[in-house]
Design a protein around this ligand. Structure first.
Ligand code: HEC
Length: 457
């Protein structure tokens, strides 16, 4: 019994040493679920705007003007770990321009058959030369994998995503607990660089609507490394349809065109009614990667003009909070985990598919678990083309020097020899170091092992 308690305390410490979130009171035993705490109802999270730090970072990935543009559009966030992370100068921000996405090709001998890191925007010819039609099998368009069905949150074209990355701090020091990397060479044809994140690492995805030349925040998804997996959450301004209806009602008196809008009347009626239709998502490619999910979906109508100004203003002035475990709506046998939209001016992107995406480890893992998995496990004709992007269940991050593998047009650089170099600036900032089990204890560094993890070609 006593031993059990001590172990729990150590695990909690490892999880929380990283974040600025302190246990909420004496005797509180914070578990992973305590990471995001809803504020007491009387605290207005929007009274103090979220201040995304613009200076003081150990390393800037994104240009300062781009980060400032994002900082000006972040939503109100309920007090808690996620808000602290967004505000911390120790959190690094990136997008596809500042951390060019790529995947490893670990199959080869680096003499006759090249190995290395490839941008997702690889020239289709370089794949099709060896595997005719191979590019069309794995990519839906230049830079976007089909996995498991093209764009992971839906086909919308009014979406802008910015990512953030917070490593835990080394207790009692101003250093980070670093990412650790090592090379795996199980045979002469398999040479892969692997990495894993320390317990407490947080990745976040801030999803904006990009409409009329402005960004409007829509959702924040987070993944927090535990010893055995990734704890997940998603913060939204209106977890339920009723939340959204009530917010419109509470605000529409502020402007006559809002008060009198028939479109807003109709929207409130729809939100409060049963209006789900059947919805499915399933892998279109990478066979078997994403078994069918059946859900209900609510298509919110496109809003324009002053009606869209109200939704946009609500997105900016409503505290984002955890929507975990909360249905957007249930209607008879159908349930929707989130809203969707048939057009712009809404609170979610056009074509948003999260109605079928529960916020739970199993649900989010069904895609994330395959980061770094060899293409050959889905396509036996694509043996020689490496692995899906990412590693340690995270897609967008990698530690490689950009200029060694990609040019400004997104074309491959150094295709014919191993171009994987661990970024010197990451090393200098203490963000990554070689894995040494003696220095990197299993309480903080533990691999997540899937059935394919230690593959060899
Ligand atoms: C349909 C597959 C799929 C599902 C389901 C999914 N994701 Fe992802 N996720 C992705 C892909 C692909 C990316 C890279 C997106 C991009 O291009 O920026 C990603 C990126 C992310 C990132 C940025 C860090 C990273 O791994 O690159 C976070 C954070 C994230 N997702 C959280 C979640 C959460 C939380 C859930 C569950 C509510 C979830 N995801 C469900 C496919 C998925």
């Amino acid at each position: 019994m006593h031993r059990g308690r001590v172990r729990v305390a150590i695990v909690s410490f490892a999880l929380f040493a990283c974040s600025t979130q302190a246990p909420t009171g004496p005797g509180d035993e914070p578990g992973p679920d305590a990471a995001v705490v809803d504020p007491p109802p009387d605290v207005d999270a929007c009274a103090t705007p979220v201040a995304l730090a613009l200076v003081g970072r150990p390393l800037d990935l994104m240009p300062a003007d781009r980060l400032a543009a994002i900082a000006a559009r972040v939503p109100c966030i309920a007090q808690g770990a996620i808000r602290s992370i967004v505000e911390s100068p120790r959190t690094l921000w990136y997008d596809k321009q500042s951390l060019t996405p790529g995947y490893q090709d670990s199959f080869g001998d680096n003499v006759v058959t090249p190995i290395g890191f490839r941008p997702n925007t690889i020239d289709p010819g370089l794949i099709n030369l060896a595997v005719p039609g191979g590019h069309q099998q794995i990519f839906s368009e230049l830079g976007i994998f089909h996995f498991p069905f093209g764009k992971p949150i839906g086909p919308g074209d009014n979406i802008e995503v910015v990512d953030f990355w917070r490593l835990p701090d080394e207790p009692g020091s101003d250093a980070y607990r670093p990412v650790v990397h090592w090379q795996r060479d199980p045979n002469s044809y398999t040479h892969r660089i692997e990495w894993m994140f320390p317990v407490g690492t947080v990745f976040g995805e801030m999803i904006f609507l990009d409409e009329g030349g402005e960004l409007h925040p829509s959702e924040i998804r987070t993944r927090t490394r535990t010893a055995t997996g990734w704890e997940v959450d998603a913060l939204r301004p209106f977890p339920t349809a009723e939340d959204f209806a009530a917010a419109i009602e509470a605000r529409r008196g502020e402007r006559p065109e809002w008060a009198e809008s028939p479109a807003l009347d109709a929207l409130i009626t729809q939100l409060r009614g049963g209006s789900l239709s059947p919805f499915h998502v399933v892998a279109t490619h990478f066979p078997g990667s994403f078994p069918v999910r059946n859900a209900g979906i609510e298509q919110l109508p496109e809003l324009t003009g002053s009606d869209a100004e109200l939704t946009h203003e609500l997105l900016r002035t409503t505290a984002f909070r955890s929507a975990k475990g909360v249905y957007w709506k249930q209607d008879g046998a159908l349930s929707a985990w989130a809203a969707s939209s048939s057009g712009k001016g809404q609170i979610v992107p056009k074509g948003y598919n999260a109605a079928a995406v529960e916020i739970s480890q199993d649900s989010c893992d069904s895609c994330h678990r395959d980061a770094g998995r060899p293409f050959e496990t889905w396509y036996d004709n694509i043996l020689a083309y490496g692995e899906l992007w990412g590693n340690d269940e995270t897609f967008t991050w990698h530690p490689f020097t950009l200029s060694k593998f990609v040019d400004a047009q997104g074309k491959v650089v150094n295709f014919n020899h191993d171009n994987r170099e661990i970024r010197p600036d990451f090393k200098a900032a203490g963000l990554i170091e070689p894995y040494k089990p003696a220095d990197h204890p299993a309480s903080v560094y533990q691999r997540i092992v899937r059935e394919w993890t230690d593959f060899r070609y």
